[in-house]
Design a protein around this ligand. Structure first.
Ligand code: SF4
Length: 418
């Protein structure tokens, strides 16, 4: 935890702007940022925690891993002429002090115990939905396929970026609200949606999208091509000693894979991204740290094909230029003719996004054209009793957006049960 004097310095730098662009425009959860920072300035840390708890239950986590430069800090007024307020550090500080001092998430009432809600999946969306339903006094049972909660917070984000202990302690606060958890329960294996429908008043599906998206290029079926999500989740890494590895993609999964693989002993790790550095969805800090750790970046490069007899041996790349096309909000990468070249590579990791597992096709719920569960603006699926959120419903791929979708779903379920 940072020294109190440093935290006070950081808090005093906030201008307490009445229009709150950091909260309204920047923060996916619309946390009351000037509100909680003001309480830090006055050393009312528990009050700061209460303010944050109105909109989030993952402050110790989001304070560390959100892409703040693209969210709250990216909208901070201070950032126009100078550096923005270190909002992430201040949020993490409050999250940490809440764990240390055992501040509780406050319950609003206990009146709805007879209404039972099942939540499938204990990642950020499922946990947040659980917390916001429990706060309002509903009975919540969370079904989780693993023997631990947290989902990608545990198996998707490496320890060097987010300590498991912080995740565990943050989750404990939600369990303490009265959450019933059933571990080792997986839809389609030992859990049936039909059965749940008869037992519960509403269901929230939030079991994520864990299958790495394929590119559809030649050679993708060769041995030595891995999906980034699966690699992080199952940790079934090959021996990287003296090997060259290419990571395809520009998001946090790509960064986490690159940094993890470098730590596991790979000789060379290259991140290949078809757009420019400033267009990378990964956090700026993550990219800088990856560079410091010796990871190379090939910006504005696209894959043409993967080459090898039985396993990956080489990859053919092509350079791209960024062109502003009509109707597009940002420049799009276009391959430059005859700029192809080939490099030697031993392993390739696809980190381009993820899709839900095939089980979603068997649930009798409508999917959208991309294969995610189709939801409306209230997180309702085609079955009125069933709601969905997080990656499973195609939420924007950050923890804060998944949490937002969990909170929205909780509010919609409450509305539905009334
Ligand atoms: Fe403080 Fe920046 Fe938000 Fe203004 S925009 S209230 S300075 S954090």
């Amino acid at each position: 935890m940072e020294k109190l004097e440093e935290i006070q310095e950081k808090a005093k730098y906030c201008l307490n702007c009445p229009i709150k662009p950091c909260s309204q425009k920047g923060c996916p959860l619309n946390n009351n940022i000037p509100g909680f920072i003001k309480e830090i300035k006055e050393k009312n840390y528990e009050k700061a925690y209460e303010i944050l708890s109105e909109t989030t239950v993952l402050e110790a986590i989001c304070g560390r891993i959100c892409p703040h430069q693209k969210q709250c800090e990216g909208s901070c007024v201070r950032g126009i002429k100078s550096t923005p307020v270190h909002i992430g550090d201040l949020e993490a500080f409050i999250g940490d002090i809440a764990i240390k001092e055992k501040y509780q998430i406050s319950k609003i009432n206990n009146e709805h115990k007879d209404k039972k809600i099942a939540i499938i999946g204990g990642g950020p969306a499922g946990l947040t939905a659980s917390a916001f339903l429990l706060k309002k006094g509903y009975s919540v049972t969370l079904y989780e396929k693993y023997n631990y909660l947290g989902g990608l917070l545990v198996h998707g984000i490496p320890e060097f970026r987010l300590a498991k202990e912080i995740v565990k302690n943050s989750i404990q606060k939600i369990i303490d609200l009265g959450l019933e958890v059933k571990y080792g329960m997986e839809l389609g294996e030992n859990l049936s949606l039909n059965e749940l429908e008869t037992k519960y008043d509403a269901i929230f599906l939030a079991f994520g999208a864990n299958i790495s998206t394929k590119m559809g290029v030649e050679g993708e079926e060769l041995d030595g091509v891995y999906g980034g999500n699966q690699l992080l989740e199952y940790k079934n890494h090959p021996d990287y000693t003296n090997k060259k590895v290419a990571i395809i993609g520009g998001g946090n999964v790509a960064m986490d894979c690159a940094r993890t693989i470098k730590r596991l002993g790979a000789k060379e790790v290259k991140v290949i991204y078809r757009r420019a550095e400033e267009q990378m969805p990964a956090e700026v800090k993550e990219i800088a740290e990856a560079k410091e750790e010796g990871i190379e970046f090939l910006f504005q490069n696209n894959i043409v094909k993967i080459i090898g007899k039985d396993k990956v041996e080489k990859v053919e790349l092509i350079k791209t230029e960024l062109i502003q096309k009509e109707g597009e909000t940002r420049k799009v990468p276009v391959n430059i003719p005859n700029s192809n070249y080939i490099i030697d590579i031993d392993y390739i990791v696809m980190a381009l996004g993820s899709m839900p597992e095939d089980i979603v096709k068997t649930l009798g719920i409508e999917l959208n054209k991309w294969g995610y569960i189709k939801i409306d603006e209230k997180n309702r699926t085609s079955n009125p009793k069933i709601f969905a959120g997080g990656d499973l419903a195609g939420a924007k791929g950050t923890v804060a957006w998944a949490a937002r979708s969990g909170r929205d779903a909780a509010n919609s379920i409450i509305e539905y049960l009334k």
